[in-house]
Design a protein around this ligand. Structure first.
Ligand code: ADP
Ligand code: NA
Length: 331
């Protein structure tokens, strides 16, 4: 039996979005205090696509600042960046030798990201899920809060753990549970209700950044794609209205309620009423976090100190698990 332990992470590959906040950070904060929590800035994942070195260092601190500003407490959670705990890369290599090429070929996120360009992307982008399995299993983590887009990768993590346990005839790695709950596990982009909101999306108008100012947030929601209808009497009425559904889900997640409750309040409302209310709500929730991020970013040495301390504590868990893995494998 394994002690309940949470692991998750975010890539420092651009500014944090409302998708990262609702799908990840807010839920990370919710799990803090309930069990042991380890949250990483996954910089080794970021470099699977080109990152400007100076911007990468800045983005790493910014994700850490986002964690802290949203309420992660370094005395309650371990906060660190991945590259500072070299055991991640070491275990990933072992998992590259456990995972099968056929498994990787089924990863839909790789297909989406590589597109028609699959011959030209980095080998790291292809092996990404194996590094993610290492991130999780290096801590024998049992619970991984993620957005819907990461579900397949957490399932692959289970496949790798099972194959390792089976091949070496030992019950060493746990079966990790993906924790995907609440109304905002797949926040869609504001211009195309069928694509996920992402840091690396093409246009800034399609996403809300955690650090957008109030006017920008209002403008983006105002211009967001919607439809001609008013809001329905029940959530069933949102079926086949993906853009409307997305805006209602965002409202529900930001206000800690359910889409049903939002619809109960806004049944019959037009977009001219709903969108400004949504923008006000988003500003009320994001502005204090954004202000605190700005304050924290003024003192990068303090962020680095928190991350270095977190890396020491992460290493203290990771090193013995990697050492045991080496022994099991015969290395
Ligand atoms: P991005 O896709 O914005 O680059 P990451 O790959 O770093 O973000 O993902 C970090 C976490 O944020 C993951 O758990 C991911 O599932 C979650 N996440 C990212 N975008 C969204 C979204 N649009 N809706 C919900 N969760 C999301
Ligand atoms: Na992602």
């Amino acid at each position: 039996t394994f002690t309940p332990r949470v692991f998750s992470g975010i890539k420092p590959s651009g500014g944090l979005t409302l998708g990262n906040y609702l799908g990840a950070i807010k839920r990370f904060v919710g799990m803090q205090g309930q069990m042991e929590t380890i949250y990483c800035v996954v910089d080794l994942h970021a470099i699977t696509v080109w990152q400007d070195p100076k911007e990468l260092a800045h983005a790493t601190r910014e994700v850490a600042a986002g964690y802290l500003a949203a309420g992660l407490d370094p005395t309650q959670s371990i906060l660190f960046n991945q590259s500072r705990v070299s055991q991640h890369a070491e275990l990933a290599w072992i998992f590259n030798c456990v995972a099968r090429v056929g498994w990787m070929n089924r990863m839909t996120q790789f297909k989406d990201k590589a597109g028609a360009n699959a011959e030209k992307v980095s080998l790291g982008l292809y092996a990404y899920p194996s590094l993610m399995a290492a991130d999780i299993l290096l801590y024998h983590a049992t619970h991984v809060p993620v957005g819907e887009d990461q579900k397949q990768h957490v399932e692959l993590t289970r496949d790798i753990a099972n194959k390792f346990n089976h091949d070496y005839k030992i019950d060493f790695f746990p079966e990790t549970i993906p924790v995907i709950d609440g109304p905002a596990t797949r926040v869609m982009n504001l211009r195309d209700g069928t694509k996920k909101m992402s840091k690396s999306g093409e246009s800034d108008m399609e996403r809300i950044n955690m650090r957008d100012d109030a006017d920008t947030i209002a403008k983006k929601f105002k211009k967001s794609k919607s439809d001609q209808d008013v809001l329905p009497e029940t959530v069933e009425g949102l079926k086949d209205r993906p853009e409307a559904r997305n805006l209602v889900d965002i409202y529900a997640a930001l206000s800690d309620t359910t889409p049903d409750a939002v619809i109960a309040d806004y049944a019959g409302a037009g977009w001219g009423r709903f969108k400004p209310a949504l923008a006000d709500l988003a500003v009320a929730k994001l502005a204090p976090i954004s202000d605190e991020m700005t304050r924290l970013m003024d003192d990068p040495a303090e962020i680095d100190r928190i991350l270095a301390d977190g890396a020491d504590r992460a290493r203290a868990i990771a090193a013995p698990i990697l050492a045991q893995t080496y022994e099991i494998v015969g290395l």
